[in-house]
Design a protein around this ligand. Structure first.
Ligand SMILES: *Cc1c(COP(=O)(O)O)cnc(C)c1O
Length: 304
């Protein structure tokens, strides 16, 4: 799907020297690149606070830990996502409530969210699946009306934009109360190992999240919360600083590839090409086809 070797070869000199700089600095944990990457990502996303962490699953877990939820509280999320989204809800003793998706985009359906709300509902977790934003305007309205938190799982959609109108757009992960992403190597912004980040515009939540990823500690050796140890390695941050500069270019290349595939499959009755929402740009983390009246596995083999 993603040719990481070719991608590396194009930026090899920059990467090699950045990695070597970290090795020589011996500042492997929370070195200066982590802070710089955080600031550069805040600028890119136009969000007040980015908190780097160890992976996308931790990002989701820490986001949920920051909301002071109680066992049995219900979290509404999509029935069609990578397991991590739901896994962390269960891990924290919360109750996942899975609702169905829009048939065309595979993203969570707002009507289904409304139907699933109970007195125990505390949060909604939309996933911007395959690289395209869920219906965030409707989801935020529902959340406001019912006093719910919204945590966006933007692991597949970094750089995608929700379009309110031509002049007003917001990046995936910066619309809800908290956004989460993953820097797994094959993600649109991938590092050379595990990595993740949490975004928020809320200062209180940012402080709490920063404490939780650091053993519940805000002042050195004063542990006010039960936290975890979830950090982005300095080496990964150094790599991400370089790759962030190329993210828009990478996403544009994915869109071009998607256009090419669209053309190739256009007019084939047995294949449904991916829907493109009017309210979101698409960064094509995945290019996902639907099939009609044919053997999917045979097509898979043929295309491979
Ligand atoms: C990749 C992914 C995650 C988890 O990220 P990791 O960094 O692998 O822990 C969570 N949610 C979705 C939708 C993903 O695609």
């Amino acid at each position: 799907m993603v040719d990481l070797k070719r991608q590396y070869e194009k930026i090899q000199e920059e990467i090699d020297s950045a990695v070597l700089d970290v090795v020589r600095s011996t500042q492997y944990i929370n070195g200066p690149d982590v802070k710089h990457f955080q600031e550069e990502l805040e600028d890119y996303l136009d969000v007040r606070h980015v908190i780097p962490c160890a992976n996308g699953t931790d990002a989701l877990q820490v986001a949920m830990m920051s909301l002071d939820l109680k066992p049995g509280d219900e979290i509404i999320t999509t029935s069609f996502t990578f397991v991590a989204t739901v896994e962390v809800i269960s891990l924290l003793g919360l109750t996942p409530v899975l609702v169905d998706v829009d048939e065309d985009t595979f993203n969570i359906n707002p009507m289904e969210i409304c139907n699933a709300i109970t007195v125990r509902t505390k949060a909604i977790v939309p996933v911007h699946l395959f690289g395209q934003c869920a219906r965030m305007d409707e989801i935020m309205t529902i959340a406001r009306n019912h006093g719910l938190y919204v945590i966006e799982d933007a692991a597949q959609a970094i750089g995608a934009e929700f379009i309110y109108s031509k002049s007003r757009r917001k990046k995936a992960g910066t619309i809800g109360h908290i956004g989460c992403t993953s820097f797994f190597p094959s993600k649109n912004l991938g590092c050379y190992g595990d990595g993740g980040a949490i975004f928020t515009n809320n200062k209180k939540l940012a402080e709490k999240i920063r404490s939780i990823v650091n053993h519940g500690m805000s002042i050195r050796y004063y542990h006010n919360d039960v936290g975890v140890n979830s950090r982005l390695d300095t080496i990964q941050a150094a790599i991400l600083r370089i790759k962030l500069k190329y993210l828009d270019q990478y996403n544009e290349s994915r869109r071009k590839a998607a256009d090419y595939y669209d053309k190739a499959f256009e007019g084939n009755e047995n294949i449904v090409i991916p829907a493109r929402s009017s309210f979101s740009t698409h960064v094509f983390h995945q290019y996902t086809l639907k099939t009609r009246n044919i053997d999917r596995d045979k097509l898979l083999k043929h295309l491979a």
